[in-house]
Design a protein around this ligand. Structure first.
Ligand SMILES: Cc1cc2nc3c(=O)[nH]c(=O)nc-3n(C[C@H](O)[C@H](O)[C@H](O)COP(=O)(O)OP(=O)(O)OC[C@H]3O[C@@H](n4cnc5c(N)ncnc54)[C@H](O)[C@@H]3O)c2cc1C
Length: 401
């Protein structure tokens, strides 16, 4: 489908270059998935291609493209494998755009520029063993001590934990204030007292790194406080708005890959003397996939368009994420069904669709579970939730002169 009202020639060129990159890494993915192995060099190559800073202004080391472009990169990467898109979500969506929105000029020059250039890899540490959806349940804390904050705590389920060079981290600076006592910090892996580890045997995203971070009396320079003390919760939520957009766009890519594999198989596989794609019940599954994909695409790029215009899009992005991730799960499920027994066969000699299904599952949990997205839509509908002005908005897209 061509959504000419969202996409221009520049977007098409970008899509083709991400597709070419995807094709170059795709052959290694099934084996990496089996071995639960990620490749830092692939991430660095994504940086060299300019993908990691695609929507970051040129003055901060990025390609200066718009937010639709961020969606396209996410979509095309997840067409190949979720682990590739996750890099866009945590590095660019959750971290770099967070810094673009909230960091001061010094921090942008020191941290955002090398991130956008892909020279340093970044991630986002919000979740803890006892605090996921309920962010205020976090235990990490940072106590001011002269020129430093002394940071202690544990982060869990952090994408790229074992490979990122710097973490956007959240911790209480004043527990008595509840979520208004949370602050945001940039923490470097090199800081003494930082250690990380990987989580093995995940259901999906097995070619990607997910792990934990421990902060043990880490001295974080006071200059690394992002925003003001107590603004961490707001920062975390606005970062999620950008991360969710990349998750939604990526889910769209996975759904399209599931459809393409299904159509290919439905043309080749024959039962009762004809290709299975000529049986109407198989066509019905394809039709459901198409319906989900086209509606997801509209929601995703509507959110991207709103970001370009500088229009608050908390509700629209949450809706796109909720819908697209469910569509991707349904499409992967239909794809397995269409592949019959072969749909269950994984690994380098099997079919891709079982990996799609495993990968699709986690996206309904991270960056706000299905239930959190559903609650948000219900609250907006009831008028219980309203967007309040925030001190620093994500900059709207400024096209080059
Ligand atoms: C592969 C992967 C990568 C991740 N990467 C990152 C990362 O890079 N950085 C990061 O910070 N985090 C990351 N996460 C963590 C993720 O964001 C959390 O797992 C998610 O927010 C859910 O939190 P939880 O696991 O603690 O579940 P919980 O919050 O304990 O929720 C458990 C269940 O209860 C439901 N529930 C909770 N509250 C309510 C309510 N009020 N009403 C109805 N139902 C409710 C939830 O929807 C869910 O079904 C990642 C997770 C995964 C799986």
């Amino acid at each position: 489908m061509s959504l000419g009202f969202f996409f221009n020639d520049e977007h098409q060129t970008l899509r083709e270059s991400v597709r070419a990159f995807g094709k170059s890494v795709a052959p290694d993915i099934p084996q990496m998935d089996v071995e639960q192995r990620y490749d830092r060099n692939t991430i660095l190559r994504m940086g060299e291609e300019g993908f990691l800073g695609v929507c970051i202004p040129e003055e901060y080391g990025g390609a200066g493209m718009d937010y639709i472009s961020l969606g396209i990169v996410s979509e095309e990467l997840e067409y190949v494998d979720t682990s590739l898109r996750v890099v866009m979500s945590v590095h660019t969506g959750l971290n770099s755009l967070g810094l673009l929105q909230w960091a001061n000029e010094e921090q942008k020059q020191k941290y955002l520029v090398p991130q956008a250039q892909g020279k340093r890899i970044a991630t986002y540490g919000l979740t803890e063993p006892d605090a996921g959806s309920d962010v205020a349940g976090m235990r990490s804390h940072a106590k001011k001590d002269g020129d430093f904050y002394i940071l202690n705590g544990e982060k869990m389920w952090i994408s790229l934990a074992d490979t990122a060079d710097q973490f956007l981290t959240f911790a209480y600076t004043d527990k008595s204030k509840g979520h208004k006592g949370i602050s945001a910090f940039i923490v470097e892996r090199e800081f003494k007292g930082v250690s990380t580890g990987s989580i093995k045997d995940k259901l999906g995203v097995r070619a990607g790194n997910t792990g934990f971070i421990s902060y043990n009396d880490v001295e974080v320079p006071k200059e690394n406080l992002v925003g003001e003390e107590g603004e961490g919760f707001k920062i975390a939520m606005t970062c999620l708005e950008n991360g969710r957009y990349t998750v939604a766009a990526g889910a769209l890519g996975l759904a399209k890959a599931a459809l393409d594999e299904s159509v290919k198989y439905a043309k080749e596989r024959k039962t009762f003397g004809k290709p299975i794609g000529e049986h109407q019940l198989v066509q019905r599954m394809l039709a459901h996939m198409v319906r989900g994909i086209d509606t997801a695409e509209l929601l995703v790029y509507k959110a991207g368009w709103m970001k370009n215009q500088g229009i608050r899009n908390t509700r629209e992005t949450a809706l796109a994420k909720w819908h697209a991730t469910n569509v991707s799960q349904e499409c992967a499920d239909h794809a397995i069904q269409i592949h019959g027994g072969n749909g269950i066969a994984g690994g380098p000699d099997g079919f891709k669709v079982e990996r799609f299904w495993r990968n699709a599952r986690a996206a309904r949990i991270y960056e706000g579970t299905d239930q959190i997205q559903e609650i948000m839509q219900g609250q907006y509908a009831m008028g219980i939730r309203r967007d309040k002005p925030i001190r620093k908005e994500l900059p709207k897209y400024n096209p080059p002169e």
